[in-house]
Design a protein around this ligand. Structure first.
Ligand code: ADP
Ligand code: ADP
Length: 236
């Protein structure tokens, strides 16, 4: 079953008077199946963040369309898209995007609060996930009181809490030591295997990419190579 289909997506930045145009995504077509764990690699400036932003509905493509679970996300109204994103898409930001006025646990529960869940259910779910990622000990601290690695794991919990069918992750291990990276990647793998969650991971880290079953290499806004994993982690 197809989960995400992007067709002839193009993204051009700039181009106003006196500004040069940048072609960030160049007529890109991809299809991600339900339950697929895919990584995107590529040099800086190759269009990875632009692609993730367009696929997740954060940004509009200049042309082309993106369909997620049968719905064209770029023809929705702002309210429809916000609701769709909350119930279908989990996003792990490179810069965490945690709210400093909320505790770690409140940050984790935020997407559930917006979905009007009961407090008991939210607490149970949040504590379970924080336990799994080894951050329950900091649940009452604020983001500025914990390490970068702990903030990253908080962002991972927040992305997973609504059991969405799709997870987008932008360099989720970029700020982590190898031990914390492994915890995050094992958690993504477990989510993928247990719930059949479709995962798209942008990474520079070959170790992180080795958790995926398919790696797309992006260059100058186009996919240049696709590698499929066979058997063990090493055999790319
Ligand atoms: P990557 O994530 O692979 O580093 P990006 O998607 O960030 O690549 O960038 C792709 C290209 O688009 C680069 O040339 C970058 O400079 C340009 N770009 C990205 N965002 C913007 C923006 N908001 N305005 C103008 N150019 C941008
Ligand atoms: P992690 O294993 O999450 O990457 P670090 O190795 O960066 O954590 O930090 C180890 C410990 O030091 C953490 O448990 C955290 O409590 C503390 N720590 C690190 N950076 C900060 C910071 N900027 N502010 C407060 N505490 C910090």
């Amino acid at each position: 079953i197809c989960m995400i289909k992007a067709t002839n997506v193009k993204k051009v930045y700039g181009g106003g008077k006196d500004f040069a145009e940048t072609l960030a995504i160049n007529n890109l077509t991809i299809e991600l199946k339900q339950g697929e764990f895919t990584a995107i690699m590529g040099p800086s400036g190759s269009g990875k963040s632009s692609l993730l932003n367009i696929l997740s509905g954060f940004d509009q493509p200049t042309s082309g369309e993106v369909v997620i679970q049968g719905q064209n996300i770029h023809t929705m109204t702002g309210d429809e898209l916000a609701l769709f994103r909350r119930s279908h898409i989990g996003y792990i930001f490179q810069e965490f995007n945690l709210l400093d006025s909320l505790t770690i646990q409140e940050n984790v529960m935020l997407p559930m609060i917006l979905n009007k869940e009961t407090t008991a259910h939210m607490n149970k779910k949040a504590l379970g996930l924080m336990e799994l990622l080894g951050i329950s000990i900091i649940k009452n601290k604020y983001p500025y009181q914990v390490s970068g690695g702990q903030q990253q794991r908080t962002a991972v919990c927040r992305a997973l809490i609504n059991d969405t069918s799709v997870i987008f992750a932008d360099e989720p291990t970029g700020n982590l030591d190898s031990k914390a990276s492994k915890i995050v990647l094992e958690c993504l793998r477990k989510t993928n295997e247990t719930y059949g969650t479709t995962i798209l991971l942008v990474t520079h880290d070959p170790f992180a990419a080795s958790y995926s079953e398919k790696v797309l290499f992006l260059k100058d806004g186009s996919i240049r190579t696709q590698l499929y994993k066979k058997g063990t982690q090493e055999q790319f």
